[in-house]
Design a protein around this ligand. Structure first.
Ligand SMILES: C[S@@+](CC[C@H](N)C(=O)[O-])C[C@H]1O[C@@H](n2cnc3c(N)ncnc32)[C@H](O)[C@@H]1O
Length: 479
């Protein structure tokens, strides 16, 4: 589906309304770094670029949360059950936080392309509950990793081991492995690349790798070569002919290597060019030079990316480092893809996406976010035309040509059997009015699923509120 907003858009406001206004399946990658339920209020230091930025991360159960939680029983029973378990095991603050997250994650699921990916950044305050909610919303089959990001080397916690890491829950498509390779771990190099030869000055140290594989064979790959019979140990020759190392050998040591026919022919060529190592008891193995390594795929523990520091630091509370976002964006998107950060803070994701030539959009409650996006991207690009600053949610364009919502009055009157959804009283047709369950200013649409009939009294009382807010207020007032 095509996005109904331009790349470079950034909204100031609650992301729920903005997400609700976005077309289905239009985003390739979502990274979100929401408040973590840390029970703190974050403020940027006075004098920093981000001075004035603050957000609360304490959660109290609201009537709206209770109502929305109840609604979830129908929309996503699994998420409802997880939140109910959290309420019992952890308390109402966790319930409130998880309702906040779950309603937004359901929208993110809708706007994400089926082949897209999502990374949810959190810490151990709620990562276990969030993972259960993510399983309920995105499905366990989309789960890829729970990444541990070591953000600092020491943290003084009075009663526990120092909390130095965050969690990043990753769901979605397989990663682009070659885009995220890093140099081999020096400890691994020291342990395995123990050999050297005349080429070491150019190609670095050498490790040995097997030239045989499991299983015997009646063909050439099972026959002895240079007095070594692999069949004696239940093995057969396994000499690279395709793949990265065969390509490297052809480019760097043996021209035409991959066209050499026959297993023994390739073994002869490797030996003639000094690529076979012989052990004292006559066991041949293949030399692999460090220079031929394409690097390794990072594990699920990321200890090689420090927190944002130096010139990169804006002072924005909880700012994440660009290198972290660059790894995520490279792993799960390609040039031209659309990256969305619905809690974009000081725009780290957006700056990283811009650098990597992705399209991007962000949302944040804080008006400072837009100012920082402009400043940071202008610094990167030199001349910069400015982000597309918005505060009204986008209007969906993927629902087809919808008739005027008032034309649903007769149908709804029949479906509701003349009963007002608000006060549950029967009324004559003339006093019934078509109402948006979620108002258009909050991302609601004219789609029949978002329409209901209220009597004129209830419609006036509800006003511009969402049905959930109005119902919650009624409970509060004991109506
Ligand atoms: C942990 S910070 C994100 C930091 C960001 N990753 C960065 O590198 O700067 C969380 C952000 O979420 C924003 N936020 C909280 N609730 C929000 C909501 N309902 N809609 C949009 N933004 C929200 C806060 O203003 C804050 O900037």
């Amino acid at each position: 589906m095509t996005a109904n907003f331009a790349s470079g858009s950034i909204w100031t406001g609650d992301n729920l309304a903005v997400l609700r206004g976005m077309n289905d399946a239009c985003v390739d990658l979502i990274y979100l770094d929401p408040p973590f339920n840390s029970n703190r209020t974050y403020e940027a230091p006075i004098g920093s670029k981000a001075a004035g930025a603050a957000f609360k991360d304490t959660w109290a159960l609201d009537d709206v949360d209770v109502y929305e939680h109840g609604e979830m029983a129908e929309r996503n029973p699994a998420a409802y059950a997880v939140i109910e378990a959290a309420r019992q095991a952890h308390g109402k603050s966790m319930q409130s936080y998880l309702v906040f997250m779950a309603v937004r994650l359901l929208e993110m699921r809708r706007v994400l392309k089926p082949a897209g990916s999502i990374y949810l950044h959190c810490d151990d305050a709620a990562s276990h509950w969030l993972r259960a909610i993510m399983n309920a919303v995105f499905g366990t089959s989309s789960y890829r990793n729970e990444i541990t990001w070591k953000r600092t080397s020491a943290h003084n916690d009075a009663t526990s081991f120092g909390r130095v890491s965050d969690r990043i829950l990753f769901y979605g498509a397989p990663i682009n492995r070659d885009a995220v390779r890093v140099s081999l771990d020096p400890a691994y190099v020291e342990k395995h690349y123990r050999h050297s030869d005349a080429r070491a000055g150019v190609f670095g140290p050498v490790r040995s790798s097997d030239l045989t594989g499991p299983g015997t064979s009646d063909g050439e790959s099972g026959k002895p070569w240079r007095n070594f019979d692999p069949g004696k140990s239940g093995r057969c020759w396994s000499v690279p002919r395709t793949g990265d190392y065969a390509e490297w050998i052809e480019e760097n040591v043996i021209p035409g290597y991959r066209s050499i026919s026959g297993v023994h022919g390739r073994l002869d060529a490797l030996d003639a060019h000094g690529l076979v190592m012989w052990s004292r008891n006559g066991y041949p193995s293949l030399k692999r030079y460090l220079a031929s390594s394409k690097g390794q795929i990072p594990s699920d523990v990321w200890a090689d990316i420090p927190g944002a520091y130096g010139k990169e630091r804006t002072g924005y509370p909880t700012q994440k480092p660009l290198a972290l976002l660059e790894r995520i964006i490279k792993a799960s998107s390609k040039r031209g893809d659309l990256v969305l950060d619905p809690f974009c803070g000081c725009a780290t994701t957006l700056v990283a996406a811009d650098r990597l030539e992705r399209k991007w959009a962000g949302i944040d409650l804080s008006p400072l976010a837009i100012k920082l996006v402009d400043e940071r991207i202008a610094e990167e690009r030199g001349l910069w035309g400015g982000a597309n600053a918005l505060d009204a949610p986008p209007a969906r364009t993927d629902l087809g040509e919808l008739p005027n919502y008032r034309t649903h009055r007769h149908r709804l009157y029949g479906e509701q059997e003349g009963v007002c959804v608000g006060c549950e009283t029967h009324f004559p047709f003339r006093v019934m009015e078509v109402d948006h369950i979620l108002p258009r200013v909050k991302g609601g649409t004219d789609h029949p699923d978002n329409l209901q009939l209220l009597c004129s009294g209830c419609n006036r009382s509800k006003g511009g509120r969402a049905m959930a807010e109005w119902k919650a207020a009624q409970c509060r007032n004991g109506d």
